[in-house]
Design a protein around this ligand. Structure first.
Ligand code: 4AD
Ligand code: MG
Length: 427
């Protein structure tokens, strides 16, 4: 008897054959003459029936929700069964009998969030995690095709990247260190050796904001490369986004269907993306939000309003220098503008930030001082400008932000298996 996966049966590969599956009880209903069970494995769910006359009837009666089991029977096509197939069970073996499973339909969202370790077995989380894995793979594939080398930066760092307000400090033996907010500065080191580099790694933000788009630990896809400008940067990001969206649209049709997510918007993503300057963004938003002026940071609400005009991914570039990090390169003839660009998508707003980096040591020191940073904390970073400095660009895209947009998820916590937020760090 062949040991098979449920999705193979659902694909019609074992119809009218004897099969054996291993998995867990997802649902169960006992009638007088027949037990209906839905069994799940990593690949899907399938309806199984056991007749009273079957020697395994009493064993099947004992089965509780989430018990693990091995089941043998005949795979049959049955249009009444969800998925169109079922297994007529002939033998049932309990592997691990489950206690009373705490998650059921009537439970609150809050309760389910506390039961994350069990909720990850749900169909929704199973499907989201598969799309997440495919997204990571598609992104890596794109970087690799473009000849970028994957590198591994540290998570313990000694100086801030993105400003002190979201920095997590920690005791490191007798010293104070931080958790990295972005791997950018380390990628900048590595371009002098490897040129085009990228990493996919966690970033940490002591983010007090409780929104649907903020985590305190998220996965960051970051690229950095030399001899390049803002146009090269936007072109690369468009290429990455298009490749990921099209790959997911092709490979994850079943997941999108079951999750009820709109796959068409992924197919519609094509380069070049619309591009507007920050100034134009302010002009567009001003009638709706009169408080906005040149120099204001765009908030979540502003970005959402802006994104409605486009209905697809787009760029906003050339931000005011004063609201941007110290490493941003500015225009020589109008230094109040920084070469910084955000990619935005409908409903979520910003999903990536990138830009050209200041390659002149003296300008960089001025920018650090203007932001109250101590140049001596960044000696190694200044060395990069001392020894063979080069124009370079890079960007960082939040994996979970990309996923909530692609999958139409309501909250970023569902885009990562173990969300970390101000209040959540269990399990
Ligand atoms: O805009 P940010 O802060 O830019 C940087 O960190 C740059 N150093 C990146 C670079 O140039 N290499 O963060 C980049 C992206 C954001 O656009 C967003 O998608 C994501 O990281 N992000 C978050 N995602 C979830 N939760 C948070 N708290 C996030 N903060 C940023
Ligand atoms: Mg940003």
């Amino acid at each position: 008897m062949a040991l098979v996966k449920i999705n193979e049966i659902l694909a019609g590969r074992h119809t009218d054959q004897k099969v054996s599956v291993r998995g867990w009880v997802y649902r169960k209903r006992e009638g007088k003459e027949l037990i209906f069970m839905v069994v799940r494995d990593s690949t899907g769910v399938i309806q199984c029936t056991i007749k009273k006359a079957n020697p395994s009837w009493s064993e099947a009666q004992k089965l509780t929700i989430e018990s693990s089991l091995m089941l043998e029977g005949t795979a049959k096509e049955d249009t009444r069964a969800p998925g169109g197939f079922e297994i007529g069970a002939e033998a049932v073996t309990i592997i691990g009998l489950a206690e009373n499973f705490p998650i059921s339909k009537d439970k609150s969202e809050e309760f389910i969030r506390d039961m994350r370790h069990l909720w990850l077995r749900s169909r929704k989380m199973n499907l989201v995690m598969k799309v997440r894995a495919e997204t990571l793979e598609a992104a890596r594939e794109y970087f690799k095709r473009q000849k970028y080398t994957e590198v591994s930066p540290p998570m313990f760092i000694s100086a801030a990247v993105e400003g002190g307000s979201t920095l997590f400090g920690l005791k490191y033996f007798d010293q104070e260190l931080y958790l990295t907010q972005s791997s950018q500065l380390y990628l900048e080191i590595l371009i002098y050796s490897l040129e085009n580099v990228y990493c996919i790694a966690p970033s940490f933000r002591a983010e007090k904001s409780r929104t649907i788009r903020h985590l305190t630990e998220y996965w960051h896809m970051e690229g950095e490369w030399p001899f390049a400008d803002m146009n090269d940067l936007m072109k690369f990001e468009e290429g990455l986004m298009t490749h990921v969206c099209h790959t997911i649209a092709e490979k994850c049709q079943a997941e999108f269907k079951e999750l009820g997510a709109d796959i068409e918007k992924l197919k519609a993503v094509t380069a070049p993306f619309p591009k507007i300057t920050y100034k134009e963004a302010i002009d567009r938003l001003k009638p709706k939000n009169p408080a906005l002026n040149w120099g204001s940071d765009l908030g979540y609400e502003d970005e959402k309003v802006l994104a409605e005009d486009f209905g697809k991914p787009f760029f906003v570039y050339d931000y005011p220098t004063e609201i941007k990090a110290f490493y941003c390169k500015t225009y020589a003839d109008h230094p109040e503008v920084a070469m910084s660009v955000d990619m935005m998508v409908p409903r979520i707003g910003e999903i990536s930030t990138g830009g050209a980096r200041e390659e002149n040591k003296d300008h960089l020191i001025e920018r650090m001082k203007a932001q109250g940073l101590k140049p001596e904390d960044y000696e190694w970073y200044l060395d990069l400008r001392r020894f063979g400095t080069v124009p370079h660009v890079g960007f960082g895209m939040g994996l979970e932000r990309l996923l909530i947009w692609m999958l139409d998820l309501e909250n970023i916590i569902d885009a990562i298996p173990f969300p970390r937020t101000t209040r959540r760090f269990y399990p």
